[in-house]
Design a protein around this ligand. Sequence first.
Ligand SMILES: Cc1cc2nc3c(=O)[nH]c(=O)nc-3n(C[C@H](O)[C@H](O)[C@H](O)COP(=O)(O)OP(=O)(O)OC[C@H]3O[C@@H](n4cnc5c(N)ncnc54)[C@H](O)[C@@H]3O)c2cc1C
Length: 429
Amino acid sequence: MQPSTSKKILILGAGIAGISAAYHAKLQGNHNALILEKSMRAGGLLNNFEVEGFRFDQAIHLSFTKDEYVRSVFDEVPHYAHYPDVYCYETPHWLKHPVQNNLFQLSIEERVSLIKSFFSRPDSQPQNFYEWLVHQYGEEIANRYPVPYTKKYWATEPVNLGLDWISGRMRRASADEILHGSMTSKTGNGYYAQEMRYPKEGGYRAFIEPLLKDLNIHLSKHVVAVDVSKRIVKCADGSEYGYDYLVNTLPLPLFVEMLKDVPATIREAAKTLWATQVDLLSVGISKPDAVPHLWFYLYDEGLLPARAYSVGHKSPSNIPTGCSAIQFEIYSSPRRPLAINVESLNQHVLEILDKLGIAKQEDVIFVDHRSLPYGNVVFDLGMEDTRNIVREYLYAIGVLLAGRFGEWEYYWSDQAFMSGKNAVEKILL
Ligand SMILES: Cc1cc2nc3c(=O)[nH]c(=O)nc-3n(C[C@H](O)[C@H](O)[C@H](O)COP(=O)(O)OP(=O)(O)OC[C@H]3O[C@@H](n4cnc5c(N)ncnc54)[C@H](O)[C@@H]3O)c2cc1C
């Protein structure tokens, strides 16, 4: 029997999950792993782009991993460790994050009303994310902050979302913290990570750059069809690749569409999975220190972006001397498309910069717009059950899955990295 180290492992997608799969195959002694990537550069979501001498990541990207193995890999790259200086903008206030623990700047009447509502929150078992928010924070805090934010970030109503994705990602409400933060501005850091790491040079992608050495990656290979019975993958340019093992990191619904002879139930199940799209509005500014915080959330419903971050805070190497840069993230979905054209979006961002006191129009060098078709996997009610049916089917026909979209999970980059490692170790160990 052929040893597993000499078998052909074909990996679809060169994001961090696919790169990690090929890298760990090599570490385990298999030098026959090949990645097919549709774009001209490996890196997936961790890639960056340059505009007029400014480098932008594709959305915020900072590393807060606690996983010691991932740290041992990322820490090889010279990096900054930032304190998570996170703020929340609600006209006209800049409130510290998490907002419910930092209500001090609001009027006495507002604070009393929000806190009264907190103390009369229901204790019934929440069945959806809206009920969870009311259960945690009370109706008034929920409806004023996390509900509008959820609509922006998840591009759906909170009542449509399930609960399993929350785990450590949302701050649980504590009466002590809410009361304390309503009486003083001197509150501690409430972010779920204490340190945010970012490469000194080369953007977030620099964390995975050393892994790319000697990997076998075929770029500009747009996978369009997969025949598992013949173990053949076809690309848009007509090329075909055979394999012994297949690792998929492409979005699950997209992958199922490419598969030959899939039962109708699986095809229909995969069609119900959906993700948000992220529109990135990246702005170069001709003056220094214009952006007040490392990143911040925007709570006003009239302001389309959910979040923005300071590009130069992450690393000064991202921006020319004497300048600043900011990137806004606007989320939408096939179920809630953005009802605004690019020109109006750019104008909207200029108005926000002015309103928030960050930059006047004459300080703005450019506004760059681009879209990421896959942002966050949406955990609408019942999604996990449907997704698991699809995953089980794919495992049963011998397809290994990895990555945020391949596994259809809410993975950060460290988890996507580990999922690529785990996938090949299932074959090789
Ligand atoms: C808005 C946003 C902010 C984030 N912020 C952070 C953060 O601060 N910290 C953090 O750790 N993580 C963050 N993440 C998560 C992180 O980006 C992901 O976990 C990680 O990049 C996922 O990697 P992946 O390899 O699974 O997927 P991807 O990076 O999407 O890789 C999939 C690859 O498949 C390729 N592909 C797709 N279709 C085809 C095809 N048909 N043929 C061939 N190739 C194809 C794509 O081009 C891509 O290169 C953020 C994500 C988003 C969306």
